[in-house]
Design a protein around this ligand. Structure first.
Ligand code: NAD
Ligand code: TYD
Length: 352
């Protein structure tokens, strides 16, 4: 094997797309997917590649410092792509603690393990922190987030990601750890847990449940197809310069209410409902506390330096995404029923 690559959080939404891309594209790499399998981690997302000879799965918690050290010594990783995180803003508002443990302490445990393993030789090594545009705070009606924009996180989620990013950079400056960071905008696509806006709206429309729109629905997000993100991650991992940050975004801003109305129209068509039926489900609810108004990424650095740009068209890919959720209803049922968590407890519960 040419390289041993650790991907953390590989059973989650974005992580599963990254694992699939790397396992298929780099048969000469050994890809180790490390995941705690929280409510958001689902090995079913990787069924199509789990038998590949260059893939292995380890159930572990990145907060467990000793087991991170052991794993790094056991597998002698050359590269780390760190996606494992608590990732949902609303959960971070109702209970922030887990975000601090996983996103900050877990990240430091990985950084320390990499520092220890690579202390005599940094050549060909890379610690890649996957971050979010939310660390930059909230924009007004105009302007963009640049790599040079000062961090100004406003939710416990974004603050915990910002804390981790600062530590990743500190390990570069202090210990010369070869790091790279990317900050991406909102992703959408198959296998996203239905606590996030797009799969939640699809699910609720399908079952004629109210669509909760926070505030007036005027907040703006910049949406990127998850496979476009995975391709950017591939490029940054292989070509990104040590110590650098790369912004990744879709140049695709949507007001929440406009995006929700578009989903209503697509679902009316696909479910053969009379036009306007799904829009009746829209329900304006109490706004999220500290709700960031607008995120918008300037991705010209990764475009100019690494040649990346999104390759998908938003409305076309969104339709395919809707189709995926409608076709994979059994997946949706399982992740919402909690049955799969019970299954993991039986499968892995007593192996920890
Ligand atoms: P997700 O919630 O779908 O998946 C997170 C994964 O991490 C799950 O498989 C979970 O089991 C695992 N995990 C959680 N705590 C763990 C722990 N203590 N030890 C080991 N594994 C643990 O998240 P996602 O949406 O796929 O996001 C992945 C990464 O990308 C996160 O770091 C997130 O901050 C970042 N990101 C997400 C978006 C987005 O739109 N979803 C955008 C930009 C950046
Ligand atoms: P979300 O998918 O949670 O991503 P993030 O908060 O990380 O951007 O939410 C996207 C936007 O949709 C955000 O402005 C909050 C809003 N939203 C709703 O209006 N209703 C909902 O039920 C959810 C989950 C989100």
């Amino acid at each position: 094997m040419k390289k041993n690559v650790l991907i953390t959080g590989g059973a989650g939404f974005i992580g599963s797309h990254v694992v699939r891309l790397f396992v298929r594209k780099y048969p000469e790499y050994r890809i180790v997917n490390l995941d705690k399998l929280t409510y958001a981690g689902n090995l079913e997302n990787l069924k199509d590649i789990e038998q590949e000879p260059n893939y292995s799965f380890v159930r572990a918690d990145i907060v467990d410092k000793a087991s991170m050290m052991d794993l790094f010594h056991q597998f002698r990783f050359d590269g780390v792509i760190h996606l494992a995180a608590e990732s949902h803003v609303d959960r971070s508002i109702s209970s922030p603690d887990e975000f601090i443990y996983t996103n900050i302490i877990g990240s430091v445990n990985l950084l320390n393990a990499a520092r220890e393993l690579w202390k005599d030789d940094h050549s060909g090594k890379k610690f890649y922190q996957i971050s979010t545009d939310e660390v930059y705070g909230s924009l007004g009606d105009s302007g963009f987030f640049y790599e040079t924009t000062a961090y100004d996180p406003r939710s416990p989620y974004s603050a915990s990601k910002a804390g981790a990013d600062h530590l990743v950079r500190a390990f570069y400056h202090t210990y010369n750890l070869p790091i790279v960071i990317s900050n991406c905008s909102n992703n959408y696509g198959p296998y996203q847990f239905p606590e996030k806006l797009i799969p939640l709206v699809i699910h609720n429309i399908r079952y004629n449940k109210p669509i909760p729109v926070y505030g007036k629905g005027e907040n703006i997000r910049d949406w990127l197809y998850v496979e476009d993100h995975a391709h950017a991650i591939d490029l940054v991992f292989h070509k990104g310069l040590d110590g650098n940050t790369y912004n990744i975004g879709g140049k695709n801003e949507w007001k929440n209410i406009d995006l929700i109305r578009l989903l209503c129209r697509i679902l009316d068509e696909k479910l053969h409902r009379e036009s306007g039926t799904s829009e009746k489900l829209i329900t304006f609810v109490k706004d999220r506390a500290g709700h960031d108004l607008r995120y918008a990424i300037d991705a010209s650095k990764i475009n100019k330096e690494l040649g990346w740009e999104p390759t998908t068209l938003f409305e076309e890919e969104l339709r395919k995404t809707v189709e995926w959720y409608l076709t994979n209803e059994a997946w949706m049922q399982r992740v919402t029923s909690g049955d799969y968590l019970k299954y993991y407890e039986e499968m892995y519960g007593n192996r920890e």
